[in-house]
Design a protein around this ligand. Structure first.
Ligand code: HAM
Length: 419
């Protein structure tokens, strides 16, 4: 029989490492929640058209990396490669923009891109994202960037940097586009590259080929074409970041992998990771909502790569000093097979009272069961034999110190909660 394995290039988390993954994800989510963002839980598959229109056909994400298939009703379906388009679709469909603005939502889950797998780049990966929709305000741009920065700092990350730029408003982009296209016309480009440039000429700044990179060194930069309004707004964002002590670098050549960006755009980069060092990114998207058939409202958000942030935490040794925090408070060991049923019932009762506990299963000797208690990371353990059942008293052992204290079985839950 053929051996089964996970599809190529997916990330998987199982114990003991999964606890760190969970810790990272929850810390990122918490930074969003405490800033007033509310949960949005969306489907992992959507109408293919949503991503074509939302993310853009000039992007690698749409042209090369989508998991697209026909469902049983003959509809073209795509596994979500990113979260923003889906959030927008939902906001429009459910008229959420009729409520007070901005709409502030967070999401967390799996995303799918058929990329060439390598360390930190997966075909199924995890993001925590936020979107603030409905207002175009530099204070919100600042808030969104600050939420990500706070999340990284809460994890204890130090070796990362923030790159920002502005892609301006439609006026800024139109005047830049004219000059950029004129510049590109002087270059000797192949047909496919020229076609990409027609959809989004900015994409050429991101071309990995050395000859294109060289040719683009002299290209006009959008940052020099900002309208007065865009320039003022970008200056305000920088001022707010500086006042908040959030360091950043202006990178006028930044190109995001998705086409919807306008205005403030940013990326967080870990200095401890290899080629796949982007741990999060985002920006403003002026035209996305109207492009998808909704009102002409702006929005801004980010997507943070949970997998890469976990790798960055590990590379910075963040979990080396941090003790593995077990969920389990009490581990209960039956002395022999005779006490197993009693212990199963006791553990069930204690859980009802809110004590996080587990027990030794199977017919292992006491020594083996003690090892399980150690491995569980529980703070306390007890061994229950006939004497304990008869007297109603147990020795509650603190695992770290090895000291014991006699406690009535009926008082176990109070005793553990008090400690
Ligand atoms: P993105 O830059 O394409 O933006 O992805 C955000 C983050 O997801 C990246 O910085 C990276 O950490 C992680 N990521 C992306 N692709 C992979 C992969 N193949 N394997 C592992 N991690 C990956 C977006 O997705 C936008 N929707 C963000 C956004 C929200 N912009 C505005 N609102």
């Amino acid at each position: 029989m053929r051996e089964l394995s996970a599809p190529k290039g997916v990330s998987e988390y199982f114990p003991p490492r999964s606890q760190y993954f969970e810790f990272v994800r929850e810390t990122l989510i918490n930074a969003a929640k405490v800033s007033g963002y509310q949960l949005m839980e969306l489907p992992v598959f959507e109408d293919t058209e949503l991503f074509k229109r939302g993310v853009g056909e000039s992007t690698d994400v749409v042209s090369k990396e989508m998991y697209t298939f026909e469902d049983r009703g003959g509809r073209s379906i795509t596994l979500r490669p990113e979260g923003t388009a889906g959030v927008m679709r939902s906001v429009i469909e459910h008229n959420l923009d009729k409520l007070s603005l901005p709409i502030k939502v967070w999401y967390s889950g799996a995303f799918f891109r058929a990329e060439r797998p390598q360390a930190g780049r997966y075909r199924q990966f995890y993001q925590v994202g936020i979107e603030a929709i409905g207002l175009n305000d530099p204070e919100i741009d600042f808030e969104v960037i600050a939420v990500a920065d706070r999340a990284f700092k809460a994890l204890g990350l130090k070796s990362y940097r923030l790159d920002i730029t502005s892609l301006g408003d439609s006026k800024s982009r139109a005047s830049h586009r004219k000059d950029l296209l004129a510049y590109l016309a002087t270059l000797d480009l192949d047909e496919a590259t020229r076609a990409r440039a027609t959809i989004n000429p900015l994409r050429l700044f991101d071309d990995k080929r050395i000859e294109i990179q060289k040719a683009m060194a002299g290209a006009p930069l959008l940052l020099d074409y900002l309208s007065e309004e865009s320039a003022d707004s970008f200056a305000r964002v920088q001022e707010l970041l500086t006042d908040a002590g959030i360091e950043f670098r202006i990178n006028p050549r930044m190109v995001r992998g998705l086409d919807y960006y306008t205005g403030t755009t940013f990326e967080f980069v870990s200095e401890k990771l290899g080629a796949q060092s982007g741990i999060g990114g985002g920006g403003r998207y002026d035209g996305l909502m109207s492009e998808l058939g909704g009102n002409d409202l702006s929005g801004i958000g980010f997507g943070l790569g949970v997998d890469r942030i976990l790798l960055a935490c590990e590379a910075e040794g963040i979990f080396d000093s941090q003790e593995v925090k077990s969920e389990i408070e009490l581990f209960v060991i039956p002395l022999s097979v005779a006490e197993k049923s009693y212990v199963a019932k006791l553990v069930n009762e204690l859980r009802k009272e809110g004590v996080k506990c587990d027990m030794a299963y199977g017919d292992r000797a006491l020594k083996g069961a003690m090892k399980s208690a150690d491995k569980s990371g529980a703070r306390f353990s007890i061994v229950i034999g006939g004497d304990e059942i008869n007297s109603g008293r147990v020795a509650l052992k603190e695992m770290k110190t090895g000291t014991s204290k006699e406690v009535r079985i009926s008082a176990l839950s109070d005793e553990i909660k008090a400690n």
